[in-house]
Design a protein around this ligand. Structure first.
Ligand SMILES: Nc1ncnc2c1ncn2[C@@H]1O[C@H](COP(=O)(O)OP(=O)(O)OP(=O)(O)O)[C@@H](O)[C@H]1O
Ligand SMILES: [Mg+2]
Length: 528
């Protein structure tokens, strides 16, 4: 069978197109840490390639022959929660299983239960590792994958048992241990049920030497990956798709593969190997993977419910001017999750997340909005945006307050409700592109609506601003910004929406419509 783009679990080079995992972190740097008997951390957001890397590196070390290396994914111990006994039994059972599979080593299989009986949960892992290393003819290197999936006292006990053994390395304890997860150990804040206090990872595991972070793919790596498909199937990618894939994914490895898989193996058009892959097809693939709501998206979007995440994401959605009141700790947390990047400035990590975050937050709302594109279609099939936004104004007035009451992201309520409304309408064939971010004090939306069987494409800018200070000033600035965005998108259709969130003003004052022109372009303004 020919190879394909992998979207489920670690990569296998014989089955999947891939970037050589070992090329992603300098092997010599890793070797040097291991030779120096270091304990360290490897971390990266979900589906970045951590496990693929560790498995490849284990193979590499075992082939090299100087060390005995074992990878063990301890996520299953998460189910034990605070129960240290069950947690440690699970970890030992996993060690036993993996040592048999990867090393044909039956030490744990034969001994772990007895060691556990004798030593008890708070030292059994330490004792088992000691005995295993003593028996081993080579120094041991151990990778604990998904270390940060453990919780509370179970995690604390794991870290402490490793720390206790540290001084006995390399003869009687692993020469080197890598803890792998989404977060750096230093940043773990572990709630101990037993000790009724929060313990930081840094204090429970103060022996860590380094933290390595696995980066996303570069543009060059995206090309290398996609061209493997061309090599194997003959199917070409137009050159101009690469900057687009880059923009959509910022190199996030799962997203890069998911786009490739969708466009080449799922979409009817793309399955025809004689047809080159075009930008339009990539854009369609992007829509599809957003709508499919696959595990990657779920895992990520689930995090939006956490208060720490909300504190960072909400001001970005609003475009707030003053980001100073977001704490660095919360920012780092959301960076580690992969939702945002810090450079060049704080923003959503890539364009796909940028689209999917507002859509997720209003997913249930979108389903309940009973609006249809056909109500706003002109005879030629294009959208009557004046009519549509008039309807939104009415909708907003009638529903906003009850809708936003109790809504988690209330600050970003107006922006999100408008996006949900537009999304609902264009779902039957168009799409909405969104630009928002800290300090921008506005949201730019671009409605893209194909009509006449796709021969024509209508592009409409809908610019959204909160009223700050006087209405006139907000409109003046808003017209300028709307015009700029229209100019950038190359369209003559643009609308400005002003949301007035003051509690004092009545709806009568808030609701208005003005016909304006700016630098020769018509820009109607809707207030609400
Ligand atoms: N070397 C690689 N080449 C190409 N794609 C890769 C590579 N490594 C990872 N990926 C992509 O990332 C996905 C996840 O890989 P992997 O399971 O190794 O990541 P992970 O960081 O361990 O994820 P998780 O956080 O879910 O454990 C793969 O399904 C594939 O889409
Ligand atoms: Mg993994």
């Amino acid at each position: 069978m020919s190879r394909f783009f992998n979207t489920a679990g670690p990569v296998k080079s014989e089955k999947h197109y891939n970037i050589d995992p070992l090329s992603r972190i300098n092997v010599n740097e890793m070797l040097s840490l291991i030779n120096q008997e270091k304990y360290f951390v490897l971390h990266a957001p979900r589906q970045t390639g951590k496990t693929s890397y560790l498995l490849a590196f284990m193979d590499y070390l075992n082939k090299q022959g100087k060390y005995k290396c074992l990878h063990v994914d301890i996520e299953a111990a998460q189910a034990a929660r605070e129960n240290v006994k069950e947690g440690m039994q699970t970890i030992l059972a996993l060690l036993s299983q993996n040592a048999s599979i990867y090393l044909e080593d039956t030490f744990f299989k034969k001994n772990w239960k007895e060691i556990f009986e004798e030593s008890g949960e708070f030292i059994a892992l330490n004792e088992a590792l000691m005995q295993w290393c003593r028996e081993s003819s080579k120094p041991v290197v151990l990778f604990f994958d998904e270390a940060d999936s453990l919780v509370g006292d179970t995690l604390i006990s794991l870290l402490r048992q490793l720390r206790t053994g540290y001084t006995h390395r390399p003869r009687l304890f692993p020469q080197s241990i890598i803890l792998c997860g989404v977060r750096d150990v230093r940043d773990y804040r572990i709630l101990s049920d037993k000790e009724k206090t929060v313990i930081t990872g840094g204090s429970a595991f103060n022996i860590k030497a380094e933290s390595l972070r696995l980066d996303n793919f570069t543009l060059e790596e995206i090309k290398i990956l996609y061209r493997q498909h061309t090599e194997e199937t003959g199917q070409q990618f137009n050159d101009d798709i690469f900057p687009l894939v880059w923009e959509l994914t910022a190199g996030q490895p799962w997203l890069v593969n998911a786009l490739g898989y969708e466009v080449c193996s799922r979409m009817k058009q793309g399955k025809d190997r004689s047809k080159s892959i075009t930008k339009d097809m990539i854009n369609q693939a992007k829509e599809n993977i957003i709508l499919n709501r696959e595990t990657h998206m779920h895992q990520l979007l689930d995090k939006l419910k956490e208060n720490r995440v909300k504190k960072v994401i909400e001001p970005i959605l609003v475009g707030s001017k003053e980001p100073e009141n977001i704490s660095d700790e919360d920012i780092d947390y959301v960076v580690d999750l992969g939702l945002i990047h810090k450079k060049p400035q704080l923003g959503i990590a890539n364009r796909i997340y940028q689209e999917v975050i507002p859509r997720q937050l209003t997913y249930s709302t979108e389903l309940t909005i009973s609006q249809e594109a056909s109500w706003y279609m002109k005879t030629d099939g294009s959208l009557d945006m004046d009519k549509l936004l008039k309807a939104f104004q009415e909708f907003f007035r009638n529903h906003f307050e009850s809708w936003v009451d109790g809504f988690d992201y209330a600050e970003a309520g107006p922006q999100l409700l408008l996006q949900a409304f537009l999304q609902r309408i264009v779902n039957s064939g168009g799409r909405v592109e969104r630009e928002y971010g800290l300090g921008r004090q506005r949201t730019d939306l671009l409605v893209i609506w194909p009509y006449k069987n796709g021969e024509c494409i209508q592009q409409v800018v809908v610019e959204l601003k909160l009223r700050y200070g006087s209405r006139e000033k907000t409109i003046k600035k808003g017209l300028e910004q709307t015009w700029e965005y229209m100019d950038k998108c190359g369209t003559d259709q643009g609308y400005l929406l002003i949301f007035d969130r003051s509690k004092k003003a009545s709806w009568k004052e808030k609701i208005f419509k003005l016909e304006k022109t700016f630098k020769g372009k018509r820009i109607p303004v809707f207030g609400m």
